[in-house]
Design a protein around this ligand. Structure first.
Ligand code: NAI
Length: 340
């Protein structure tokens, strides 16, 4: 007797609605600085995501152990370790997304800008390898000072003739994560449904939480609003001080970067409506790079959603931020200009 074969249409419909559909798509993620305080928990979170097919881990130390350890976890992503500069390019070959948390973190009393001398060269050199090995990859810069290192990455990509501003991001998700947490706590809201856009940059007064645009809407007496904004701006320092010399935010940062990466992959896979705040090339203000909510798509940034309407207090925060932000950007650009 003849076995009925499903029609082509039925096959297509089945494929569309199959829960395994996304699993068939490849998403190759490379983490540079994967053995560090951020790199390790970030790699663990990425390893747990069914949408990640390949996880390539690079560092100049200790990364083979991290990769071996993670590779025993019973999840989809195939994990490979890459140790030292000779293995950087093989790590990057074919990457769809590259996340860079390589570099030194703050100690108590340090600003993010104090890290510039060490971290600028690290980001420059790693981005040059990205430009050569996977110029189409989405690039997320986590290394501080992000206000300067994201422009450094962009300048390096430009030098190599492969810069696409839709694909280069300074990762500021942690500022949003902190804002959501603190505001939900203050108002007794469900934090999973709380969303506060954060614009500007990623250091001290350049971090500008737009509490007036919180979903759901919230209101605070002026003094409490100022206090909350200041806590969000100084939240990184709160962690640096609490760790008392043992580093800066690593676990919350890993969570934030993993969320950011998940949205990127989902958008690359064709899911619509994925919005994240990120520090990107921007026409919003006189600063060339500026964080705002951006709509993500298959080619990276589909649309910059801008900063919306600000309250007077938020306009004042913006004014206070601009000189520092512009100086940080110029410092990064000049560093690449001065590099051979
Ligand atoms: P860490 O010192 O624990 O780890 C850094 C890792 O980078 C180490 O494993 C080190 O071997 C590696 N590394 C150094 N030079 C490298 C190179 N040339 N190539 C590849 N790997 C290299 O530091 P942690 O805590 O993981 O922080 C990393 C960076 O992230 C710091 O610059 C920190 O300031 C920044 N950060 C950014 C945040 C953000 O919101 N964007 C939040 C918190 C930290």
């Amino acid at each position: 007797s003849r076995v009925a074969r499903p029609s082509r249409l039925l096959c297509v419909v089945r494929e569309q609605f199959s829960p395994k559909r996304n699993l068939t798509k490849e998403a190759r993620v490379a983490v540079l600085g994967a053995a560090g305080g951020i790199g390790q928990p970030l790699s663990l979170l990425l390893k747990q995501m069914p949408i990640v097919s390949h996880l390539n881990l690079y560092d100049i130390a200790h990364v083979m152990g991290v990769a071996s350890d993670l590779s025993h976890i019973e999840s989809r992503a195939k994990v490979q370790g890459f140790l030292g500069p000779d293995n950087l390019r093989p790590c990057l070959d074919g990457a769809d997304i590259v996340l860079i948390p390589a570099g030194v973190p703050r100690k108590p009393g340090m600003t993010r800008d104090d890290l510039f001398n060490t971290n600028a060269a690290i980001v420059r050199d790693l981005t040059a390898a990205v430009a050569e090995s996977c110029p189409k990859a989405m690039l997320g810069i986590i290394t501080n000072p992000v206000n300067s290192t994201a422009p450094i990455a962009s300048e390096v990509l430009k030098k190599h003739g492969v810069y696409d501003p839709r694909r280069a991001f300074g990762v500021t998700t942690l500022d949003v994560v902190r804002s959501n947490t603190f505001i939900a706590e203050a108002k007794g809201l469900d934090v999973s449904k709380t969303n506060v856009p954060v614009i500007g940059g990623h250091s001290g007064i350049t971090i500008i939480p737009l509490i007036s645009q919180c979903t759901p809407p919230v209101s605070f007496p002026p003094e409490e609003r100022v206090k909350l904004s200041m806590r969000i701006q100084n939240a990184g320092t709160e962690v640096v001080d609490a760790k008392a010399g043992a580093g800066s935010a690593t676990l919350s940062m890993a969570f934030a970067a993993a969320e950011f990466c998940k949205s990127l992959i989902e958008a690359l896979n064709g899911q619509e409506g994925k919005v994240q705040c990120a520090y990107v090339r921007s026409e919003e203000t006189e600063a060339k790079y500026f964080a705002t909510p951006v709509l993500l798509g298959k080619e990276g940034i589909e649309k910059n959603l801008g900063m919306g309407k600000l309250l007077d207090v938020e306009v004042n925060l913006l004014k206070a931020a601009m000189p520092e932000l512009i100086a940080n950007i110029q410092k990064g650009e000049q560093f690449v200009g001065d590099s051979k």
